[in-house]
Write a protein that binds this ligand. Sequence first.
Ligand SMILES: C[S@@+](CC[C@H](N)C(=O)[O-])C[C@H]1O[C@@H](n2cnc3c(N)ncnc32)[C@H](O)[C@@H]1O
Length: 321
Amino acid sequence: MDIRTALKQGLARLRAARIPSHTLAAELLLLHVLGRDRTWIYAHPEEEISPADARRFLEFIARRSSGEPTQHLTGKQEFWGLEFEVTPDVLIPRPETEHLIEVALDRLAVREIRAGRKQTFSGEGLQIADVGTGSGCIAIALAKELPGARIYATDLSTAAIAVARRNAVRHSVSDRIHFLASNLLERVSTAETRYIVPLLDRAKSVAEHEAPATSHQSTLLDLIASNPPYIGRREAATLMREVRDHEPEVALYGGEEGYELYAELITEAAAHLKPGGLLVLELGHNSLPAVQPLLDATAWTGVVVTNDLAGIPRVLAAERL
Ligand SMILES: C[S@@+](CC[C@H](N)C(=O)[O-])C[C@H]1O[C@@H](n2cnc3c(N)ncnc32)[C@H](O)[C@@H]1O
């Protein structure tokens, strides 16, 4: 079978199975099987593919037709211009989440300018947390953009943390990201003590180090970013089967309504941020009315909502007073 025939067969089968973006899916699966790029396959439509590759491609087409996401078959997804390993243990990074990275970087830059510091900003000395890291896409994108920052990345799922760790190694930032199996930020304060002590002057005694580390335990972070699970269980029937049947429930559902996790997250964030520290949250398509009132004016200022390309309020950012 040649490339043109394989592609035609693949996309006809996906179209018949009513798979969204069937042409792109067929292309991505063929590129993955052949280990080639898009330009190459369109420049070599007559090239014969081996029977083993043809069989593998058609198996992938059958699995995609039955609802498995393309990214679970290829094992990868691009986010913020970087390629991430994905498995069924993690949420597939979504393009909307890139807005969260943009907002976080913009707000940090504004904070620097307001403080009269230089505008070329490497994040030197910043302490950041990514809550619910999944594939690690947020923590890793921030680590790439802010080479001077140190990042905590938490997740309830140890299987997700294993994937995120591999992604951090792949992108050469594993020395600056501290992964923690934790409910929200629970383990960050205890980890801080252990994490900071080795960075302090090694000549001093451990006893001397522990006192200051515990005394400012919960006010150390400059930025907390999170894309928490925010879909309501009552909406499950409306989800695409690719999402409902193949992505981890712990990554999808925030509770019966969807927005349940934000209250605890905002309370914990208030306790963990420095004055002037930033909280940047991704929102579900209908979360804003439930979440914005949680940012009460006694603790938060500079609350800004950013819409995504579809006009949906997608990112909520606020500064700790
Ligand atoms: C919507 S996914 C986001 C994954 C990744 N940050 C991204 O943007 O693609 C939410 C993540 O939060 C994790 N999670 C759910 N509940 C959590 C909790 N209480 N504490 C920490 N992580 C949690 C899930 O395991 C999942 O990896």
